[in-house]
Structure formats: structure tokens, C-alpha cells
Design a protein around this ligand. Structure first.
Ligand code: BGC
Length: 818
């Protein structure tokens, strides 16, 4: 572990910023292109909120405390552009300042009226309306439109958030007509409804790219780099998403669309959209040609030659989908099965890509049989460059139903039937299709865990375990119930009666300043080391400055007031932790380049190793059920495959570093921020398994993350962290997860706010479910666990064996990492 005692820029910062800047163009998605870009640095009229007030990433626990980041204005100036719109930008500063003052006042009044403290999470301020003349010089212009969102609050269905304001529409159209060359640049973490401006010449999603955001845009505008990202969600007018109606209901949100999420809905129901899933242009063009198709009971493999047919260098992403036949279950029109991105191809150059997936990936979950099944019929394999542009490259026929996995239903039953298309798919012609043999498939069956047995043991120390004198099981057997309980609770400080428990949020680690949590320090007399837990996912969220007092790292900034620096004591040495912000989750996924994603994860891993911290509270990987979810920017996609593979690549990047591991979150169905602690996601077993669990399953299988964070919400009436069927039967028995599960922060207490409809999650219930650790830890967690052990009438009565089992899982991770 390194303590940096000078405030100067460190070599690692320069290196990491350069690496992110190089990767960032792959995150950008070019939505419209007329050939007039890139340009040499020139006189440029730069308008819009994001020029000077560029957003590098969203707000909340996913925000990274950086030394500085480049705005678009700074990036353009550094690249040699002469900005002619300074007067507009100055005028906008004044408009924004006034709007913010009014907004803060309005928020204060709302809080006062409801009799509550102002929430730590407040909605992003919608863009204001204003009139500033459009009169900057030159024949070239950009308009940078930005949006912010964050933890604890959903996006709003209003102009200035999901919709464009009248000012934005008017100005963008005026600028597009006035200047010869024009690009609309979107500095957004999620969808904005572009319908009123979709006719402008060029549209680029810059996204939110962390520390070098403005530099990366300049690189792309002047052709030092080119955009090669693709959308990981369908962009459409908000009213066209099936999830919009009823989104963010306070207590119960019904996922009535079932598996028809994102393009699975838009394709199947022929609903209108602005840009399809998987879509993105480049400065160049590509042609492709399928070379071969192979299929058997194990795998489907396609090779394709991709050629750069334009005049610039570029990269193309090929996507392989399947269309499964309707049967007992209605199937989406198509579902993504594999993807691959070319290397950089120069004009005229070509590359052969191989896309492959396992045949059983095409199975659907039938709750009536509690099984994944491949239904009989013809499966069409579709190759293309986005969900709208595909063509058939092979067919498979199955004459009998195949059960690929025999499981059991874990989710509970909703009070509705999932949405169903009215017309079944037309069966396809089997001529020429590869015929698969039912008997050559193997059905996966699961041994669901038996009750844990109690370990007997001898009192020993961690040193005994490390030296091999004592097995971990025997060590656990020698721990008292109190010690076991402490192990299963984060390192809580005894908050005095009446103390503010919220103070611990974002700052509950004694070893690493600004880390959100830490495992217990109460067993240090036995020599058990503590693991520290900094937040993510857009980099490492630490405190930038700290001092060491009595061996503890003490942050000089409160996580709620990052601008107020606390005083140091005379002679005290200040240490610095300036981490780099990497692109937000959405931007990483938009690369469709798992190598780039892995490399970004590895940058964070390097910083973790250097600052001596262990468990990153990321990647975050909930599904974009709706563009309205306030935390989508931290997540990856509406598609589980893109989600799972991206999360796996990040996890691999992190876990390649000594002592570092990933915590995939929020498991699961945490798809809205409104009342996120107590909202109940109501959904079918099929949607749960095929959409909301699938990404986690892929990540666990591929990358073996050491930790999982359960989500706050309930699933069909039971809190995720109290659901044994999910945390033990699915996660461990079906998928083979070997690490430990922690709660999301302060899941087990009632916080100020409206009375929750459902009971608060119980710490005893967590232990029983296999949610091994309560975070960040509270005295009431300890009391509840001890009560659950002692008291047979406790709703989640615990045995010592159950508590031992959870503690053992935690110790196994500590053994690996510390
Ligand atoms: C968030 C988590 C985060 C944790 C610790 C919670 O409020 O939901 O994503 O990791 O706080 O900061």
C-alpha cells in the first residue's frame, strides 16, 4: 500500500488518463453522419450546456472524486480550435447560476413542507428555458447537450430531462440551419428523446467519459480518433417503451412486459423507435459477407468477412442473433447470441471474425415445467450490424423438445400474465436447416444444498489458518457466536443513541479514507485482517485527502460535502488519493469491445492495488428496463448478454490484481430508484430468469467475482437479501458462486421518509438466506442475529451452523485477498 504525501500529479495519473483517452472513442456512438467530419482545428461555434458544464459521470455513490477533468471547452481549446461562442457560453453561465439558485430554494421548500430533512439524493435539475442569441462566427458549429442523473432518484419525464426543452429544440434547429457543418453532441448517461431534432446533419453520443471527456471529444472531432461504439439500448420516444406506464410506482412495480424488454419488445411488437439496439455508424463504411455456418448440439459458429469500404479507418461490430420458434412460449423476434468487434481496419482492409455461442443458449424458461427448454421448430440464425439490420445466415431444426436445465421456480408468482404477442410467429421452412438430435443434449440437473452441518473446532488464530495448522472449518468451529456474528457484519462503529447513522454512508472504512465500508475489525486480536470496500463503477471512489490518526485513515472531506475541507491538526501529514474517472458503465458497454472494457477494469485494479484496497463495489449491472431509471448510467444494457459479458470483462480486469476483487451489484431487479429500499418488483419467473438474472449468471460463470451485493428492493413481496432461493439456490447451487454476498448499505433499518408498505429486511433473514454480510453494519444487526440464534420464535430463527456457514464464506474471501 502506498501513501502519497505530495499533492503533485503522479505518473500513474498521467498514464491512466492517456489510456482512458485512447479507449474513449470506442464508447462514442455516431447516430447520424453526413461526411463533413472530422475537421482540422478551426474557428468553431460551440453551444449548449455541455460545452463548459460537461458531465464526466453521474451522481451518488458512483461518482469519482477526481483532481480535475477536461470539459469540452478545455478539450477543444487544447486541440487548437478557436471558439467563437464565448459570449454565448458566458450568458449561459449566468442563466444556469440563476436556475440553480431557484431550484435549490424550491427543493428546500419541498423538504420543509413535507417535514423531512432534505434528502441526500435529489433529482438532477432539469435544463432551464432561456433565450441567448445564436450569433457566433464561423461556418462550423457543435451543440453539446448534457443530462445528469444519479442514485436515489429516477429521471423525469419532462422537458429538460428525457425530453428536449423548447430552447434546445429551437437552438439546435437554428444552428443546424445557420452553419454549414454541424454536429449535435450528446453528453448523456442515457436516452433522450431526439424526435424533434433527428433531422440534423450529424449526431454523436459522446456519453460521459470520465477524466479525459473533453479531450476525447476533441480527438474525435479532429480525426485523431474515430467513434466506433454501438447502442446498448433501443432509443425511442419514451411513451413507446412498455415499461413507461406504471414505471416508478412507489410500492409495487409490475413488470408486465415479461421478457419483452428493449429490442425484444420493439422488434416483436413492431413499435416505433428512433435508433435500434446495436446501432452505430463510423466515419467510414463497412460491408460484410458470411463465410461459413456450423451448428451442432454444443455450439453454433459463424464466420464473417468484414471489409472497410469507406475512406477512413474504423472498427465494425458484428452481431449474431437467433429467432426461436413460438411454441408453448412466445418468443421475441430475435435475441442477441454473440458479438465481435474488428480490429482497426484501414480503408479497403478486411478481417474475418468468428462468432460462436452455445446451442443451449437459445432455450427459454418454462415456469410450468420449471425448466429451460428448446422447443421444436426452426431456429433462424441472423447476422447483422444492429437489431434492425440482419439477415439469415443459417437455420437449425429440432423435431423434439429438449430440456436443457431442470430447475425449480424461485421467484414467486405475479398477479398478472406477461404480455404476449397476439400472433404467433410464422413457422420457417426447414429446408437446408441443420437438424439437431434431442438425444445428444445433456440436461443439467442441480443438487440443491443440504442443511449446513455445524463445525466443531478448536480455538485458534488466523496465523494458525495461514500456516496450515488449522483448517478454516476448524477455525470457524472454534469461534464464539458473538465472533461469528461480528464477522457477518461490516465494521460498524457503535453509533451513540440518537447518533446519525447516515454519517456512515460513503465513509465507513477505518483503513481507507472515503471507502464505503470494511469488514469487521473486532476480531483483530485473532489476527483476522479487514477488507476495505471502495465504491465504483466509474473508477475508484476514495477521499482525495486524508490524515492518519491513531492508525486510522481519516478523510478531510465528508462524503456529503466534498467541497468543505476539514482542518488538520498541527504537524499532521496529509496524504492524497487522486483516482481517475473511467467512462461510465453505459459508455463502456457501448464499446462492444471486451478487451477495452477489461483494460479499463484493470486500470481501476491498479489503483486499488496501489492504495491498498480490496473489494470494489462494482460493476453495477442491472438491466435497463426503462430509460427512466436514475442509475442506468452505471449499468450496461437492456440486453442480458451484453450486460453479463461487459460485467465479466470488468471483473476480470479487477481480479487480475493482487488482493483485489469485484462485487457485482445490485442482485437483482433493482430497476428503479424511486423508493428503491422498499419497492416491490413484481415479475414472472420467466422474466426473472431470462432477463434479470441472466447477466449475473453469465458474469459468475465467466469471471468468478468474489462478491455479490444484494439489492434493497423486494421481489414478489420478499426482500432480495432475505431470499434464500436466489442467494443460495440460484447463485450458489445453480451457478456455482463461491464468494460472499453483502447487503446494500443500511438495508436493515428504517430510514426517515414515508412509512414503508413492506416490513424492513431482517439481519437474521439475511443470514438464513445466505446474504452473508450486513453492510455497512449496525448495532441492530448484531442484536438481531443474536436474537435469531437464541430465540425460536424469531421469524428467521438461526442455527449456529447457518451462521458458521456465512462466516466461513467471508473468511474464504479474506484468506484469498488479504
Ligand atoms: C448504493 C450502492 C453503493 C453503497 C455504498 C448504496 O446506497 O446503492 O451501490 O455501493 O451505497 O456506497
Amino acid at each position: 500500500m502506498q501513501r502519497i504525501s505530495v499533492p503533485d500529479v503522479q505518473p500513474f495519473e498521467t498514464e491512466h488518463i492517456a489510456a482512458v483517452r485512447k479507449a474513449a472513442p470506442e464508447c462514442m456512438v455516431l447516430l447520424k453522419y453526413d461526411g463533413s467530419f472530422p475537421l482540422s482545428p478551426c474557428k468553431l461555434a460551440a453551444y449548449g450546456s455541455g460545452v463548459r458544464h460537461t458531465i464526466k459521470g453521474g451522481t451518488g455513490s458512483g461518482d469519482v472524486n477526481v483532481r480535475a477533468y477536461t470539459t469540452v471547452e478545455q478539450g477543444l481549446l487544447a486541440a487548437g480550435f478557436e471558439l467563437t461562442s464565448a459570449a454565448w457560453l458566458d450568458a449561459y453561465d449566468a442563466v444556469l447560476g440563476d436556475a440553480k439558485t431557484a431550484f435549490d430554494e424550491q427543493q428546500r421548500k419541498i423538504a420543509e413542507k413535507s417535514g423531512q430533512r432534505r434528502s441526500i439524493f435529489i433529482a438532477a435539475m432539469p435544463e432551464p428555458e432561456y433565450i441567448i442569441p445564436i450569433e457566433a462566427d464561423g461556418d462550423t458549429a457543435i451543440y453539446v447537450l448534457s443530462r445528469n442523473s444519479g442514485e436515489g432518484v429516477d429521471r423525469q419525464l419532462v422537458a429538460g430531462d428525457i425530453q428536449l426543452t423548447e430552447t434546445e429544440v429551437r437552438d439546435i434547429c437554428t444552428i443546424s440551419a445557420k452553419y454549414e457543418k454541424f454536429m449535435l453532441v450528446l453528453n448523456v448517461g442515457g436516452m433522450v428523446d431526439l424526435t424533434p431534432v433527428r433531422d440534423v446533419q450529424n449526431i454523436l453520443i459522446m456519453s460521459q467519459l470520465g477524466t479525459p471527456t473533453g479531450d476525447a471529444l476533441a480527438d474525435v472531432l479532429c480525426g485523431k480518433a474515430y467513434p466506433s461504439g454501438k447502442l446498448t439500448m433501443t432509443w425511442a420516444p419514451i411513451e413507446n417503451y412498455p415499461s413507461t406506464l406504471g414505471f416508478g410506482a412507489f410500492n409495487d412495480t409490475r413488470y408486465t412486459e415479461g421478457v419483452f424488454v428493449g429490442y425484444r419488445y420493439f422488434d416483436t411488437f413492431a413499435a416505433a423507435h428512433t435508433y435500434p439496439f446495436g446501432y452505430g455508424l463510423g466515419y467510414t463504411t463497412f460491408a460484410y459477407n458470411a463465410l461459413s455456418f456450423r451448428a451442432d448440439e454444443q455450439a453454433v459458429t459463424v464466420t464473417v468477412e468484414v471489409r472497410n469500404t469507406g475512406k477512413y479507418a474504423g472498427k465494425e461490430v458484428m452481431q449474431l442473433y437467433y429467432s426461436a420458434p413460438d411454441g408453448k412460449l412466445s418468443k421475441p423476434a430475435k435475441e442477441l447470441a454473440a458479438f465481435a468487434k474488428t480490429q482497426e481496419l484501414q480503408s479497403g482492409e478486411s478481417q474475418t471474425l468468428t462468432l460462436s455461442f452455445s446451442t443451449e443458449q437459445m432455450a427459454s424458461y418454462n415456469a410450468q415445467q420449471a425448466a429451460y427448454i428448446l422447443e421444436p421448430g426452426v431456429y433462424d440464425i441472423l447476422l447483422g450490424t444492429d437489431a434492425d439490420h440482419v439477415c439469415s445466415c443459417g437455420r437449425i431444426v429440432l423435431y423434439d423438445e429438449v430440456t436443457t436445465q431442470q430447475l425449480y421456480n424461485v421467484g414467486g408468482t405475479p398477479d398478472f400474465d406477461d404480455l404476449k404477442p397476439t400472433n404467433a410467429k410464422q413457422p420457417l421452412d426447414a429446408a437446408g436447416a441443420v437438424c439437431l438430435d434431442k438425444t445428444k443434449f445433456v440436461t443439467m440437473k442441480v443438487d440443491y444444498a443440504a442443511k449446513p452441518v455445524e463445525y466443531q473446532g478448536i480455538r485458534g488464530t488466523w496465523e494458525d489458518v495461514k500456516s496450515g495448522k488449522l483448517s478454516l472449518e476448524a477455525f470457524v468451529g472454534g469461534l464464539s457466536n458473538e465472533q461469528l456474528a461480528y464477522l457477518c457484519i461490516g465494521n460498524y462503529k457503535d453509533v451513540a443513541e440518537g447518533g446519525n447513522v447516515l454519517e456512515v454512508i460513503g465513509n465507513a472504512s477505518t483503513h481507507i479514507a472515503g471507502a464505503a465500508g470494511e469488514t469487521t475489525n473486532r476480531l483483530t486480536e485473532l489476527g483476522i485482517p479487514a477488507l476495505t470496500m471502495p465504491d465504483g463503477p466509474a473508477g475508484l471512489r476514495l477521499s482525495t485527502e486524508y490524515v492518519v490518526r491513531n492508525g486510522n485513515a481519516v478523510s478531510l472531506y465528508s462524503s456529503f460535502n466534498p467541497t468543505h475541507r476539514k482542518a488538520t491538526e498541527p504537524g499532521e501529514q496529509v496524504y492524497y488519493q487522486y483516482c481517475i474517472a473511467i467512462p461510465i458503465g453505459t459508455a463502456l458497454a457501448q464499446t462492444w469491445n471486451l478487451e477495452v472494457v477489461r483494460a479499463c477494469g484493470s486500470l481501476v485494479g491498479e489503483e486499488m492495488e496501489m492504495f491498498g484496497t480490496n473489494l470494489w463495489l462494482a460493476p453495477a449491472m442491472n438491466i435497463y428496463r426503462s430509460p427512466l431509471c436514475g442509475r442506468n448510467f452505471e449499468y450496461y444494457s437492456e440486453d442480458p448478454l451484453v450486460t453479463g459479458l461487459t460485467a465479466a470483462a470488468v471483473t476480470e480486469g479487477i481480479q487480475a490484481h493482487r488482493g483485489c476483487a469485484a462485487t457485482i451489484k445490485h442482485f437483482c431487479c433493482n430497476n428503479q430508484e424511486t423508493n428503491r429500499r422498499d419497492s416491490n418488483s413484481i415479475l414472472s419467473e420467466r422474466a426473472l430468469r431470462e432477463i434479470y438474472l441472466k447477466g449475473f449468471e453469465i458474469c459468475v460463470h465467466k469471471a468468478h467475482p468474489h462478491c455479490v451485493m444484494s439489492s434493497y428492493n423486494l421481489i414478489n413481496g420478499v426482500h432480495a437479501n432475505n431470499r434464500r432461493c436466489l442467494l443460495t439456490d440460484v447463485l450458489r447451487d445453480e451457478w456455482g458462486f463461491e464468494g460472499f454476498v453483502m447487503t446494500d448499505w443500511l438495508s436493515t433499518i428504517d430510514l426517515p421518509g414515508p412509512e414503508p408498505e413492506y416490513p424492513i429486511a431482517s439481519a437474521g433473514g439475511c443470514i438464513q438466506a445466505g446474504n452473508d454480510m450486513m453492510m455497512p453494519g449496525l448495532p441492530c444487526d448484531f442484536e438481531d442475529i443474536m436474537d435469531a440464534l437464541a430465540n425460536e420464535t424469531h421469524p428467521y430463527h438461526l442455527t449456529r451452523a447457518q451462521l458458521q456457514q456465512d462466516a466461513l464464506r467471508i473468511l474464504k474471501v479474506i484468506e484469498k485477498l488479504a
